[in-house]
Design a protein. Sequence first.
Length: 171
Amino acid sequence: MASDYDERDMASVIDAFQQQMRAIARAQRERVRLTATATSRDRRVTVTVNANGVVIETKFSSGIEDLSYGEIAETVTKTAQEAAAEVAKLSRELAAPLTERRARLPKLSEVIEGMPDFENEIPTEPPVSLAPPDAPERAEAAEPEMTFTDVEEIDHDRPAKPGNGVVDSSW
């Protein structure tokens, strides 16, 4: 199947690609400045996160001393998760026009005959758990560790024999 694109079409595709790259750079500059703040229902804890969802500020209001350490920890964790969810939503909203614009661009296979469409090949990240480290949910989601079979075991207590090492000086 021959490509339906001639040189003029290719020039417009390249121009659209360059515009998209400039738009992505602008969005990235805007995204790194994003923050989100969440406040607990009782208004005793306020947490602010950066664009990556990392806590950059935590404030306690009066009355925090009425809570136990466990209640404070739980409230801070929940409030930080709410702020992180908000900044993620803001990031998606910022990226939405880029995604819509990219969808209107021709696929690589439409421009270059025989070229595969890589966008369907990119794996997507599974959702990240908000459960505490020792929660059963985390144990269920854990994948088994990678193990290697058919490997030579080394006796670290036995001295190495001379001449049994790598001797190629180019290493």
